[in-house]
Design a protein. Structure first.
Length: 259
C-alpha cells in the first residue's frame, strides 16, 4: 500500500512538473501583477542571496588557493596557480557552489512557502478566483532562479579570484600581476558561456523542483517539513548529476575517445 502511495505521488509530481514546463514554454504574457511578483522574486533571489554567496566564495577561494598554491610552490610552478584556480572556479566550483547555496536558502524557502499554502487550502482559493497557481506562484520563482543564478555565479567567480590573489600574495609571495596574467591566459569566451549555461540549468532545476514539491504537499504542518527536506535533497542530487553530464558535454575532448 505504501509503495502504491509513493508511486502515485511520484506520478502526480511528474504531472505538475510537466505543467510547469509547459507553462514556461507556451505562456509569454506578463501582466503588471505578474511583473511585480517577478521583481520581488528577483530581489529575493539576487540581492537577498548576494551576501552569503560572496562570503562563502571568499573563504572557499582562500581554501582552494592554500591547497593548490602550496603544492605548485613545491614544484616551482607558481606561474600556473592563477590559471589552474581560474579554470577550476569558472568551470565547476563557482557554478556548483552558487547553486548549492541558493538551493539551501531559496529552494527550501520556495518549497516551504508553497507547501504551507497548499496544506492551508490557499491554492484552492486561487482556483476559485480563476487564477492559475502555476502562472501566479511558480513562474515568477522559476524565472527569477534562471535569471539571477548566472549573475550570482559571476559575482562568486570574481570574489573567488580576488581572495585567491590575496592569499597567493600574502602566503606564497606570488605577485598579483603574475597571478592575473596567468589567470587571463586561461580565460576563454566559450568557458564563460558554458558557465552561464550551467547556472541557468541549475536555476531551472532549483525553481521547478522546489515549486513542484511544494504544490504536491499533502497533509498538515509535518508534511511541509518533509517536503522541504525532500526538495532540497532531490535538487542537490539533480544539480550534481546534471553538472556531470554538462561538464562531459561542454569540456570533454571528443578526440580523446579515439586514443
Amino acid at each position: 500500500m505504501s509503495l502504491w502511495i509513493n508511486f502515485t505521488d511520484f506520478l502526480y509530481r511528474i504531472r505538475i512538473f510537466g505543467l510547469i514546463i509547459s507553462n514556461l514554454i507556451t505562456s509569454s504574457y506578463m501582466s503588471k501583477r505578474k511583473g511585480y511578483h517577478l521583481i520581488n522574486q528577483l530581489q529575493l533571489m539576487g540581492i537577498g542571496s548576494l551576501g552569503i554567496v560572496l562570503l562563502t566564495s571568499c573563504f572557499i577561494g582562500m581554501i582552494f588557493t592554500f591547497q593548490v598554491a602550496r603544492e605548485l610552490t613545491y614544484l616551482n610552478a607558481t606561474k600556473l596557480v592563477g590559471s589552474i584556480l581560474t579554470v577550476t572556479f569558472l568551470r565547476e566550483l563557482s557554478p556548483v557552489l552558487t547553486a548549492v547555496i541558493v538551493t539551501g536558502r531559496i529552494g527550501s524557502a520556495y518549497t516551504a512557502e508553497i507547501a504551507s499554502m497548499q496544506v492551508t487550502d490557499q491554492i484552492d482559493v486561487l482556483y476559485v478566483l480563476h487564477i492559475d497557481p502555476i502562472d501566479y506562484l511558480v513562474k515568477p520563482r522559476v524565472l527569477a532562479c534562471i535569471i539571477m543564478l548566472p549573475f550570482l555565479n559571476i559575482m562568486s567567480l570574481v570574489t573567488s579570484i580576488a581572495s585567491s590573489i590575496f592569499i597567493s600574495a600574502v602566503l606564497y609571495h606570488i605577485a598579483p600581476m603574475t597571478f592575473l596574467i596567468s589567470s587571463y591566459s586561461s580565460l576563454s569566451i566559450p568557458d564563460m558561456f558554458y558557465s552561464m549555461i550551467k547556472t541557468g540549468v541549475f536555476g531551472l532545476i532549483i525553481g521547478i523542483i522546489s515549486c513542484t514539491w511544494g504544490l504536491t504537499t499533502k497533509g498538515g504542518a509535518i508534511n511541509v517539513g518533509e517536503s522541504t527536506t525532500s526538495s532540497v535533497v532531490t535538487t542537490l542530487l539533480m544539480i550534481f548529476i546534471s553538472d556531470f553530464f554538462l561538464s562531459l558535454l561542454m569540456f570533454h575532448d571528443a578526440n580523446s575517445l579515439f586514443y
